[in-house]
Design a binder for this molecule. Structure first.
Ligand SMILES: Nc1ncnc2c1ncn2[C@@H]1O[C@H](COP(=O)(O)OP(=O)(O)OP(=O)(O)O)[C@@H](O)[C@H]1O
Length: 253
């Protein structure tokens, strides 16, 4: 798929919800410090695949996963890594901003506490995370106010700050802008582009313009399989597969 250093990968991954197979022999690699867009029609398995990379399916009894998932050379499931450690190193931001019903400050502080970050280091980390997520200027005088009073776009940037505060290596984003207006979306896209300097980013999106604006690489999925992946420009301008072509041209989806 690329010559860059691979940060995160899956090889021959299969996943079942009960008897229903949702991921079929998925092999994919996400290069370090790049943005990869995962695209494909509704229900093709994008979110399910994304969630495998931070062990979000661990608590679902009906889920069966096969295959190899690696963070660099460390196995996400079979090695020494605990689910908590995996989730610290592979952060996730969801479609619907989901701040805790607590203060802006506590939203970030909470993750630091459960990861045993010393108390005296936390205020500095929180300030940096808010700065890094382009929201500090808007909230610096309101840190003790409830996070739920922020706008949707601000809540989403707070959720990104919550993820980056734990210094992950990868940030998974599941349609992070789908509930946002164009101005908030533009701010998040600008933020994502800046974050790739420090993080590897995988973003699920239904917005083809968004994928073309921000993604270095694009992966097209259909019915649980990876149909095609490559440089974003190639996927959109010269797709090799007819299904990819029809999807990116908006003929189905
Ligand atoms: N907990 C579950 N139990 C059973 N089936 C599930 C479960 N979660 C998802 N599925 C099924 O798995 C398939 C893939 O779902 P997934 O959410 O990964 O698709 P997606 O490509 O992210 O879709 P969308 O773009 O609409 O968010 C769908 O058929 C869905 O109904």
């Amino acid at each position: 798929m690329n010559k860059e250093r691979v940060k995160l990968s899956a090889t021959n991954a299969n996943l079942w919800f009960g008897n229903k197979q949702v991921l079929k022999n998925v092999t994919v690699a996400f290069p370090q410090n790049k943005i990869t867009a995962l695209i494909g029609p509704s229900g093709c398995g994008k979110s399910t695949l994304l969630r495998c990379f931070n062990r979000m399916h661990d608590l679902s009894a009906e889920v069966r996963i096969e295959g190899e998932f690696l963070l660099e050379d460390q196995n996400l499931y079979k090695g020494k890594l605990s689910a908590t450690e995996v989730r610290r190193r592979v952060g996730m931001v969801f479609q619907q901003a989901n701040p805790f019903p607590k203060s802006i400050y506590e939203n970030i502080n909470y993750g630091l506490k459960i990861n045993n970050i010393p108390k005296d280091q936390r205020p500095g980390i929180i300030e940096n995370a808010l700065k890094e997520s382009y929201i500090w200027d808007e909230v610096k005088d309101d840190l003790q106010k409830p996070a739920t009073r922020l706008s949707g776009g601000q809540q989403q940037r707070l959720c990104i700050a919550r993820a980056v505060a734990l210094r992950p290596e990868v940030i998974l984003m599941d349609e992070p802008c789908s509930a946002l207006d164009p101005i908030s979306t533009a701010k998040i896209e600008e933020l994502i582009l800046r974050l790739k300097k420090d993080y590897t980013i995988v973003i699920v999106t239904h917005n083809m313009q968004q994928a073309q604006r921000i993604a270095d690489q694009t992966v097209f999925m259909y019915l649980g399989e990876i149909i095609e992946s490559g440089d974003t420009k190639q996927i959109f301008d010269k797709p090799a597969n007819e299904l990819t072509k029809n999807y990116v041209k908006g003929h189905f989806g």
